[in-house]
Design a protein around this ligand. Structure first.
Ligand code: NAG
Length: 238
């Protein structure tokens, strides 16, 4: 597949990259991890977005420019200050991207349906997070972040309103965030829009297929099959 869409092009370069969870939890002290060899759904999208946003000089991307760009995507206001400076909730991640002008939430202009955020998943399941179970201080910082985001409204497309063919305003390479009814969580999965023969599919790091793939089935069918998936948010590089 050939494309001049930077997000899609860089995304397709990751096809077959192994799916590995917890690749950002390898250091005691929080620091920037760049690992193109093992990705999860979030790190895959972050690495692709950082490639598409990095300045290209003499046909290449400089490592320092890449690191700075990735840091501005992954950390609140681009500053690394411990575990809780990482943008763990996609709502927080999107707010940061929009605030810093490199991401656009195109769902709001195109879909009237909204959800009110109510976040507590991480503090409620702190034992599942290495850097929370060992640190009451981190738990209370996360609780503060959860409180500050809760109550905010965001726009989404409910899954029953997404046809297999996608929608005209959703373009190749757009970031797709799958929303969930899991209590206290906003988004459970991320990927990129990828049209094949007029069908909207998802280019993503799949935990079931254990690598980066383009979904066999339409994104709309993926959503219908999973009772925990409620719809999507669509974000675009700016
Ligand atoms: C997200 C995690 C985040 C992690 C990221 C990349 C939540 C709410 N967020 O799913 O902690 O940094 O994956 O592995 O669990």
């Amino acid at each position: 597949q050939e494309t001049d869409n930077a997000m899609l092009k860089y995304g397709l370069n990751f096809l077959k990259t192994p799916y590995v969870a917890h690749t950002l939890e390898v250091n005691e002290e929080e620091k920037l991890v760049v690992n193109f060899d093992e990705v999860d759904c979030t790190t895959f999208v972050e690495y692709v977005l950082a490639l598409a946003l990095s300045p290209v000089k003499n046909g290449t991307i400089d490592n320092a420019d890449y690191a700075r760009t990735l840091q501005s995507i992954r950390y609140r206001d681009g500053k690394i200050d411990g575990y809780t400076s990482r943008l763990h909730y996609i709502a927080d991640w999107v707010n940061n991207g929009v605030r810093h002008g490199f991401m656009e939430d195109i769902t709001a202009a195109n879909s009237p349906d909204t959800v009110r955020l109510s976040l507590n998943f991480m503090s409620a399941h702190s034992k599942a997070y290495k850097h929370l179970e060992s640190s009451p201080e981190n738990i209370s910082k996360i609780e503060e972040i959860e409180k500050s985001l809760s109550g905010q409204l965001f726009h989404y497309i409910p899954k029953n309103k997404l046809p297999d063919e996608g929608l005209g305003w959703i373009k190749d390479g757009d970031i797709i965030a799958i929303t969930t009814n899991i209590p206290g969580l906003d988004v459970v999965h991320l990927g990129l829009a990828c049209y094949e023969k007029g069908v909207l599919k998802l280019l993503h790091a799949s935990s079931t297929q254990k690598m980066v793939v383009v979904s066999q089935e339409p994104l709309a069918q993926m959503l219908k099959r999973n009772k925990k998936f409620t719809g999507i948010r669509v974000l675009r590089i700016k």
